[in-house]
Design a protein around this ligand. Structure first.
Ligand SMILES: [Zn+2]
Length: 390
Protein backbone atom coordinates (compact mmCIF):
# COMPACT_ATOMS: atom_id res chain seq x y z
CA UNK A 1 0.00 0.00 0.00
CA UNK A 2 1.26 3.40 -0.74
CA UNK A 3 0.43 6.71 0.74
CA UNK A 4 0.61 10.09 -0.70
CA UNK A 5 0.26 13.55 0.57
CA UNK A 6 0.45 16.78 -1.22
CA UNK A 7 1.04 20.44 -0.91
CA UNK A 8 -1.06 23.50 -0.94
CA UNK A 9 -2.16 25.17 -4.10
CA UNK A 10 -1.80 28.80 -4.23
CA UNK A 11 -2.77 32.17 -5.22
CA UNK A 12 -0.60 35.04 -5.98
CA UNK A 13 -1.51 38.39 -4.71
CA UNK A 14 -3.94 40.33 -6.75
CA UNK A 15 -4.56 43.07 -4.39
CA UNK A 16 -3.72 46.45 -5.64
CA UNK A 17 -5.67 49.08 -7.40
CA UNK A 18 -6.09 48.87 -11.12
CA UNK A 19 -3.89 51.88 -11.54
CA UNK A 20 -1.07 50.10 -9.80
CA UNK A 21 -1.34 46.82 -11.61
CA UNK A 22 0.65 47.72 -14.66
CA UNK A 23 3.52 49.45 -12.96
CA UNK A 24 3.79 46.87 -10.27
CA UNK A 25 3.92 44.02 -12.70
CA UNK A 26 6.58 45.71 -14.72
CA UNK A 27 8.68 46.40 -11.71
CA UNK A 28 8.49 43.10 -10.00
CA UNK A 29 7.04 40.66 -12.40
CA UNK A 30 4.53 38.17 -11.14
CA UNK A 31 4.89 37.62 -7.46
CA UNK A 32 4.78 34.02 -6.43
CA UNK A 33 3.04 34.53 -3.18
CA UNK A 34 2.37 30.90 -2.55
CA UNK A 35 3.86 27.91 -4.21
CA UNK A 36 1.91 25.87 -6.63
CA UNK A 37 1.43 22.23 -6.03
CA UNK A 38 4.51 20.58 -7.37
CA UNK A 39 5.13 17.08 -8.52
CA UNK A 40 7.95 16.84 -6.05
CA UNK A 41 5.58 17.35 -3.19
CA UNK A 42 4.01 14.05 -4.00
CA UNK A 43 5.99 11.09 -2.87
CA UNK A 44 3.68 8.35 -3.82
CA UNK A 45 4.41 5.20 -5.64
CA UNK A 46 2.32 2.17 -5.55
CA UNK A 47 4.13 -0.73 -4.07
CA UNK A 48 2.73 -4.21 -4.27
CA UNK A 49 3.42 -4.81 -0.62
CA UNK A 50 1.64 -3.23 2.25
CA UNK A 51 4.40 -0.79 2.93
CA UNK A 52 3.56 2.48 4.40
CA UNK A 53 5.05 5.46 2.72
CA UNK A 54 6.30 8.63 4.18
CA UNK A 55 4.10 11.53 4.43
CA UNK A 56 4.51 15.12 3.82
CA UNK A 57 1.80 17.49 4.20
CA UNK A 58 0.92 20.55 2.71
CA UNK A 59 2.28 23.75 3.08
CA UNK A 60 3.59 26.10 5.39
CA UNK A 61 0.61 28.16 4.59
CA UNK A 62 -1.76 27.68 7.34
CA UNK A 63 -5.13 26.27 6.93
CA UNK A 64 -8.15 24.36 8.19
CA UNK A 65 -12.20 21.68 7.36
CA UNK A 66 -15.62 20.72 6.67
CA UNK A 67 -18.56 22.88 6.48
CA UNK A 68 -18.85 22.35 10.17
CA UNK A 69 -18.85 25.95 11.13
CA UNK A 70 -21.97 26.89 9.37
CA UNK A 71 -23.30 29.95 11.03
CA UNK A 72 -21.96 33.34 10.25
CA UNK A 73 -20.39 34.94 13.26
CA UNK A 74 -22.89 36.75 15.36
CA UNK A 75 -23.00 40.45 14.87
CA UNK A 76 -25.16 43.07 16.39
CA UNK A 77 -25.62 44.76 13.06
CA UNK A 78 -25.63 43.59 9.52
CA UNK A 79 -24.34 46.60 7.72
CA UNK A 80 -21.21 48.61 7.91
CA UNK A 81 -22.17 52.03 9.11
CA UNK A 82 -19.68 53.74 11.35
CA UNK A 83 -20.20 57.45 11.45
CA UNK A 84 -19.16 59.19 8.31
CA UNK A 85 -19.14 56.09 6.16
CA UNK A 86 -22.01 55.36 3.82
CA UNK A 87 -23.37 51.90 4.54
CA UNK A 88 -23.14 49.29 1.84
CA UNK A 89 -24.76 45.89 1.52
CA UNK A 90 -23.00 43.32 -0.60
CA UNK A 91 -24.51 40.22 -2.10
CA UNK A 92 -22.79 37.07 -3.36
CA UNK A 93 -20.24 38.11 -6.03
CA UNK A 94 -20.28 34.74 -7.81
CA UNK A 95 -23.13 32.56 -9.00
CA UNK A 96 -22.54 29.43 -6.92
CA UNK A 97 -23.64 27.90 -3.63
CA UNK A 98 -21.14 27.97 -0.82
CA UNK A 99 -20.41 24.55 0.58
CA UNK A 100 -21.74 22.86 -2.53
CA UNK A 101 -19.94 23.97 -5.64
CA UNK A 102 -17.79 26.75 -4.24
CA UNK A 103 -15.76 27.36 -1.11
CA UNK A 104 -13.91 30.28 0.41
CA UNK A 105 -10.28 29.28 0.22
CA UNK A 106 -8.76 32.55 1.38
CA UNK A 107 -10.13 35.50 3.32
CA UNK A 108 -8.65 38.96 3.79
CA UNK A 109 -5.49 38.68 5.83
CA UNK A 110 -6.43 40.35 9.10
CA UNK A 111 -2.93 40.05 10.52
CA UNK A 112 -1.21 43.38 9.90
CA UNK A 113 2.21 41.79 10.45
CA UNK A 114 4.15 39.30 8.37
CA UNK A 115 1.90 36.37 9.28
CA UNK A 116 -1.57 35.66 8.00
CA UNK A 117 -4.87 35.07 9.76
CA UNK A 118 -8.42 35.08 8.54
CA UNK A 119 -11.02 37.06 10.48
CA UNK A 120 -11.79 34.05 12.66
CA UNK A 121 -8.09 33.86 13.55
CA UNK A 122 -7.83 30.76 11.39
CA UNK A 123 -5.28 30.11 8.68
CA UNK A 124 -7.44 30.61 5.58
CA UNK A 125 -5.47 33.60 4.38
CA UNK A 126 -2.00 34.36 3.19
CA UNK A 127 0.16 37.30 3.96
CA UNK A 128 -1.30 40.57 2.74
CA UNK A 129 -4.18 38.92 0.93
CA UNK A 130 -6.67 41.73 0.46
CA UNK A 131 -9.66 39.96 -0.98
CA UNK A 132 -11.87 36.92 -0.62
CA UNK A 133 -11.16 33.92 -2.85
CA UNK A 134 -14.29 32.01 -3.84
CA UNK A 135 -12.89 28.77 -5.24
CA UNK A 136 -14.42 25.97 -7.26
CA UNK A 137 -13.70 22.34 -6.39
CA UNK A 138 -11.16 21.84 -9.12
CA UNK A 139 -10.09 23.11 -12.52
CA UNK A 140 -12.49 20.81 -14.30
CA UNK A 141 -15.34 22.80 -12.73
CA UNK A 142 -14.59 25.48 -15.31
CA UNK A 143 -15.97 23.20 -18.02
CA UNK A 144 -19.16 25.14 -17.39
CA UNK A 145 -19.30 28.91 -16.91
CA UNK A 146 -19.47 30.43 -13.44
CA UNK A 147 -20.61 34.04 -13.53
CA UNK A 148 -19.17 36.82 -11.44
CA UNK A 149 -21.99 39.03 -10.16
CA UNK A 150 -22.13 42.67 -9.20
CA UNK A 151 -22.15 42.60 -5.39
CA UNK A 152 -24.04 45.89 -5.26
CA UNK A 153 -25.34 48.46 -7.73
CA UNK A 154 -22.79 50.81 -9.19
CA UNK A 155 -20.85 52.12 -12.14
CA UNK A 156 -18.19 50.11 -13.93
CA UNK A 157 -15.03 52.18 -13.81
CA UNK A 158 -12.49 49.79 -15.31
CA UNK A 159 -12.47 46.66 -17.42
CA UNK A 160 -9.66 44.39 -18.53
CA UNK A 161 -10.84 41.65 -20.87
CA UNK A 162 -7.92 40.61 -23.08
CA UNK A 163 -5.66 38.65 -20.77
CA UNK A 164 -5.12 35.02 -21.79
CA UNK A 165 -6.50 32.15 -19.80
CA UNK A 166 -3.39 30.15 -19.01
CA UNK A 167 -5.24 27.09 -17.79
CA UNK A 168 -3.24 27.18 -14.53
CA UNK A 169 -0.15 25.88 -16.28
CA UNK A 170 2.91 26.40 -14.19
CA UNK A 171 4.91 29.36 -15.35
CA UNK A 172 2.31 30.36 -17.92
CA UNK A 173 1.33 33.51 -16.14
CA UNK A 174 3.22 36.49 -17.47
CA UNK A 175 0.85 39.40 -17.40
CA UNK A 176 -1.36 41.36 -15.07
CA UNK A 177 -1.67 39.77 -11.67
CA UNK A 178 -5.39 40.37 -11.44
CA UNK A 179 -5.89 39.12 -14.98
CA UNK A 180 -9.14 40.05 -16.59
CA UNK A 181 -10.78 42.39 -14.17
CA UNK A 182 -13.72 44.59 -13.43
CA UNK A 183 -13.85 47.44 -10.98
CA UNK A 184 -17.19 48.84 -9.86
CA UNK A 185 -17.72 52.14 -8.05
CA UNK A 186 -20.66 51.76 -5.67
CA UNK A 187 -20.56 55.35 -4.44
CA UNK A 188 -19.75 56.52 -0.92
CA UNK A 189 -16.11 55.61 -1.49
CA UNK A 190 -16.89 51.93 -2.00
CA UNK A 191 -15.14 50.08 -4.80
CA UNK A 192 -15.35 46.39 -5.75
CA UNK A 193 -12.64 44.57 -7.65
CA UNK A 194 -13.01 41.26 -9.50
CA UNK A 195 -9.96 39.30 -10.67
CA UNK A 196 -9.05 36.24 -12.79
CA UNK A 197 -12.04 36.44 -15.13
CA UNK A 198 -12.03 34.49 -18.39
CA UNK A 199 -10.65 36.17 -21.47
CA UNK A 200 -13.37 37.85 -23.45
CA UNK A 201 -16.04 36.97 -20.91
CA UNK A 202 -16.54 40.42 -19.44
CA UNK A 203 -19.93 41.66 -20.54
CA UNK A 204 -19.90 45.15 -19.03
CA UNK A 205 -18.18 48.28 -20.23
CA UNK A 206 -16.56 51.21 -18.57
CA UNK A 207 -19.19 53.76 -17.58
CA UNK A 208 -22.00 51.24 -17.56
CA UNK A 209 -24.45 51.13 -14.67
CA UNK A 210 -24.91 47.68 -13.17
CA UNK A 211 -27.58 46.32 -10.90
CA UNK A 212 -27.10 44.09 -7.90
CA UNK A 213 -26.38 40.47 -8.92
CA UNK A 214 -26.00 41.39 -12.56
CA UNK A 215 -23.56 39.01 -14.32
CA UNK A 216 -20.40 40.86 -15.32
CA UNK A 217 -18.14 38.08 -16.62
CA UNK A 218 -17.10 34.49 -15.99
CA UNK A 219 -14.52 32.92 -13.71
CA UNK A 220 -11.39 32.06 -15.67
CA UNK A 221 -7.68 31.42 -15.33
CA UNK A 222 -6.16 34.78 -16.14
CA UNK A 223 -3.56 36.53 -14.04
CA UNK A 224 -1.81 35.16 -10.99
CA UNK A 225 -3.97 32.21 -10.11
CA UNK A 226 -3.26 28.52 -9.78
CA UNK A 227 -6.74 27.32 -8.90
CA UNK A 228 -10.14 28.33 -10.24
CA UNK A 229 -11.49 31.15 -8.14
CA UNK A 230 -12.90 34.62 -8.07
CA UNK A 231 -10.76 37.07 -6.14
CA UNK A 232 -13.27 39.61 -4.87
CA UNK A 233 -12.09 42.69 -3.02
CA UNK A 234 -14.01 45.57 -1.47
CA UNK A 235 -12.42 48.85 -0.47
CA UNK A 236 -13.59 52.07 1.07
CA UNK A 237 -11.62 55.14 0.05
CA UNK A 238 -8.84 52.79 -1.06
CA UNK A 239 -8.68 51.00 2.27
CA UNK A 240 -9.18 47.25 2.12
CA UNK A 241 -12.18 46.18 4.16
CA UNK A 242 -12.99 42.63 5.19
CA UNK A 243 -16.56 42.04 4.04
CA UNK A 244 -16.98 39.69 6.99
CA UNK A 245 -16.09 42.25 9.65
CA UNK A 246 -16.56 45.62 8.03
CA UNK A 247 -13.14 46.80 9.11
CA UNK A 248 -9.64 47.02 7.71
CA UNK A 249 -7.02 44.43 8.68
CA UNK A 250 -5.88 45.35 12.16
CA UNK A 251 -5.92 41.92 13.76
CA UNK A 252 -8.23 38.94 13.61
CA UNK A 253 -9.66 39.68 17.03
CA UNK A 254 -10.13 43.41 16.55
CA UNK A 255 -13.48 45.08 17.01
CA UNK A 256 -15.87 44.57 14.13
CA UNK A 257 -18.25 46.97 12.49
CA UNK A 258 -20.41 44.14 11.20
CA UNK A 259 -20.37 42.15 7.99
CA UNK A 260 -21.06 43.92 4.75
CA UNK A 261 -23.04 40.98 3.42
CA UNK A 262 -26.68 41.65 2.80
CA UNK A 263 -27.44 38.06 3.80
CA UNK A 264 -24.62 36.84 6.03
CA UNK A 265 -26.34 33.51 6.52
CA UNK A 266 -25.58 32.60 2.94
CA UNK A 267 -21.97 33.73 2.97
CA UNK A 268 -20.52 32.00 5.97
CA UNK A 269 -17.18 31.04 7.37
CA UNK A 270 -16.17 27.42 7.03
CA UNK A 271 -12.85 26.21 8.36
CA UNK A 272 -12.76 23.06 6.23
CA UNK A 273 -14.31 21.32 3.26
CA UNK A 274 -13.80 18.04 1.46
CA UNK A 275 -13.18 19.22 -2.08
CA UNK A 276 -12.88 15.77 -3.56
CA UNK A 277 -12.85 12.07 -2.75
CA UNK A 278 -12.85 9.06 -4.97
CA UNK A 279 -11.47 5.85 -6.31
CA UNK A 280 -9.10 5.87 -9.23
CA UNK A 281 -7.18 3.55 -11.49
CA UNK A 282 -4.33 6.01 -11.71
CA UNK A 283 -2.08 7.46 -9.08
CA UNK A 284 -3.89 10.31 -7.36
CA UNK A 285 -1.45 13.19 -7.36
CA UNK A 286 -2.44 16.54 -5.97
CA UNK A 287 -2.11 17.98 -9.46
CA UNK A 288 -4.71 15.50 -10.70
CA UNK A 289 -6.99 16.35 -7.79
CA UNK A 290 -6.67 20.04 -8.59
CA UNK A 291 -7.32 19.25 -12.24
CA UNK A 292 -10.39 17.20 -11.41
CA UNK A 293 -9.18 14.35 -13.60
CA UNK A 294 -9.46 11.40 -11.22
CA UNK A 295 -12.89 10.30 -12.30
CA UNK A 296 -12.08 7.09 -14.15
CA UNK A 297 -13.02 4.17 -11.91
CA UNK A 298 -10.80 1.11 -11.70
CA UNK A 299 -11.48 -1.31 -14.53
CA UNK A 300 -8.49 -3.64 -14.73
CA UNK A 301 -8.93 -6.38 -12.11
CA UNK A 302 -5.19 -7.03 -12.12
CA UNK A 303 -4.25 -3.43 -11.38
CA UNK A 304 -3.99 -1.56 -8.13
CA UNK A 305 -6.82 0.58 -6.88
CA UNK A 306 -6.27 4.04 -5.45
CA UNK A 307 -8.44 5.94 -3.00
CA UNK A 308 -7.84 9.63 -2.52
CA UNK A 309 -9.04 12.74 -0.71
CA UNK A 310 -8.58 16.46 -1.42
CA UNK A 311 -9.38 18.65 1.54
CA UNK A 312 -9.45 22.40 2.07
CA UNK A 313 -8.48 23.43 5.57
CA UNK A 314 -6.86 21.01 7.96
CA UNK A 315 -5.65 21.48 11.51
CA UNK A 316 -2.76 19.91 13.25
CA UNK A 317 -4.15 16.91 15.09
CA UNK A 318 -6.84 16.11 12.54
CA UNK A 319 -6.84 12.60 11.13
CA UNK A 320 -8.38 10.93 8.15
CA UNK A 321 -8.98 7.25 7.53
CA UNK A 322 -9.44 5.42 4.26
CA UNK A 323 -11.21 2.08 4.31
CA UNK A 324 -11.89 -0.23 1.37
CA UNK A 325 -14.07 -3.31 1.52
CA UNK A 326 -14.41 -6.31 -0.74
CA UNK A 327 -17.84 -7.35 -2.06
CA UNK A 328 -18.16 -9.73 0.89
CA UNK A 329 -17.57 -6.88 3.34
CA UNK A 330 -14.05 -7.84 4.30
CA UNK A 331 -11.70 -4.94 4.79
CA UNK A 332 -9.02 -5.02 2.12
CA UNK A 333 -7.36 -1.73 2.97
CA UNK A 334 -7.51 0.58 5.96
CA UNK A 335 -5.12 3.39 6.56
CA UNK A 336 -5.12 6.25 9.00
CA UNK A 337 -3.35 9.51 8.31
CA UNK A 338 -2.55 11.82 11.17
CA UNK A 339 -2.36 15.38 9.93
CA UNK A 340 0.66 16.92 11.56
CA UNK A 341 0.41 20.46 10.34
CA UNK A 342 -2.29 23.03 9.91
CA UNK A 343 -2.64 23.90 6.28
CA UNK A 344 -4.89 25.37 3.66
CA UNK A 345 -4.92 22.31 1.41
CA UNK A 346 -4.33 18.69 2.24
CA UNK A 347 -4.35 15.69 -0.02
CA UNK A 348 -3.75 12.03 0.60
CA UNK A 349 -4.23 8.70 -1.05
CA UNK A 350 -3.57 4.99 -0.74
CA UNK A 351 -3.02 2.36 -3.36
CA UNK A 352 -3.55 -1.37 -2.97
CA UNK A 353 -3.16 -4.31 -5.31
CA UNK A 354 -4.96 -7.63 -5.41
CA UNK A 355 -1.74 -9.27 -4.24
CA UNK A 356 -2.04 -7.28 -1.02
CA UNK A 357 -5.17 -9.29 -0.35
CA UNK A 358 -3.58 -12.53 -1.43
CA UNK A 359 -5.44 -12.87 -4.70
CA UNK A 360 -4.07 -12.68 -8.27
CA UNK A 361 -6.83 -10.31 -9.39
CA UNK A 362 -9.85 -8.55 -7.97
CA UNK A 363 -12.81 -10.94 -7.82
CA UNK A 364 -15.94 -9.66 -9.48
CA UNK A 365 -18.38 -7.66 -7.45
CA UNK A 366 -18.98 -4.23 -6.01
CA UNK A 367 -16.35 -2.78 -3.68
CA UNK A 368 -16.76 0.09 -1.25
CA UNK A 369 -14.33 2.86 -0.34
CA UNK A 370 -14.81 5.29 2.51
CA UNK A 371 -13.21 8.42 3.87
CA UNK A 372 -13.66 9.50 7.47
CA UNK A 373 -12.37 12.82 8.67
CA UNK A 374 -11.78 13.42 12.40
CA UNK A 375 -11.12 16.49 14.48
CA UNK A 376 -10.79 16.40 18.23
CA UNK A 377 -11.93 12.80 18.19
CA UNK A 378 -15.16 13.67 16.41
CA UNK A 379 -16.02 12.58 12.92
CA UNK A 380 -16.60 15.80 11.03
CA UNK A 381 -16.94 14.48 7.52
CA UNK A 382 -17.38 11.26 5.57
CA UNK A 383 -17.53 10.27 1.95
CA UNK A 384 -18.08 6.95 0.28
CA UNK A 385 -17.78 5.56 -3.19
CA UNK A 386 -18.23 2.20 -4.82
CA UNK A 387 -16.60 0.51 -7.77
CA UNK A 388 -17.35 -2.73 -9.55
CA UNK A 389 -15.27 -5.36 -11.27
CA UNK A 390 -17.18 -7.48 -13.73
ZN1 LIG B 1 -7.29 36.42 -3.74
Amino acid sequence: MSMILGRAPSTRKADFSLEQWQSRMRRHGPTQEDSRPTAGAFSARFTPRRTRFGQALCSALRALLFYVTVAAPAHAQTTFAPSGVTPIELSMPIDCTLGQDCFIQNYVDMDPGPGAKDFMCGPLAYDNHQGTDFRLRNRNALSRPYAALAAAPGTVVQVINNQPDHGFREGAFTSLDCGNAVMIDHGGGWMSQYCHLAEGSVTVQRGQQVQRSQPIGNIGSSGGTSFPHLHYAIRNNNATISPFTGVSPTGCDAAEAGPLWQNPGNIFYADSAILGFGVSSIEPTLERMENGTLNAPPSDPHAPVHVWAHIMGVQSGDTIRFTARAPNGNIIASERFPIPETGRIFSAGIGFAPQDSGVPFWPSGTYQAQLAFYRGGQEIGTRSSSFTFP
